[in-house]
Design a protein. Sequence first.
Length: 132
Amino acid sequence: VRQEITVKKERKLDQFLHNDFNKCHAKRRGIHLIIEFSPEECQFLNQQVILQIGYWLSATYFANYVTYFAVHDHTELFHLDMLVFPVNMITGEIINYGKPTWYYMVSQLADYLKGFVPIEKIGKPLLCFDRT
């Protein structure tokens, strides 16, 4: 059974982390992240830039984990799909990011977008999690 959990701008990331992510974490084979961009942001982004964001996220937050990512344009707006296998390739430990890390990652992603999108056009990134 696949259930998609979306953290929208109006919803609290905290609710997702407390209710869903931590409860199902031990049963995961992978973490599916979907990062959507607003229409205002998409005016300044293209597939190459979004791929660069994927490389940045992989190197910054998932350096010792196997990650796959792709840009999807089958919807009205571009989005970045990422699959992260939660076992560290070096230590064998399971990824154990708490709430502060996920909040920090979202804020850093907004800061990273400043290199491509005018500040006044940047919104809070829309981050979706999917249980796989």
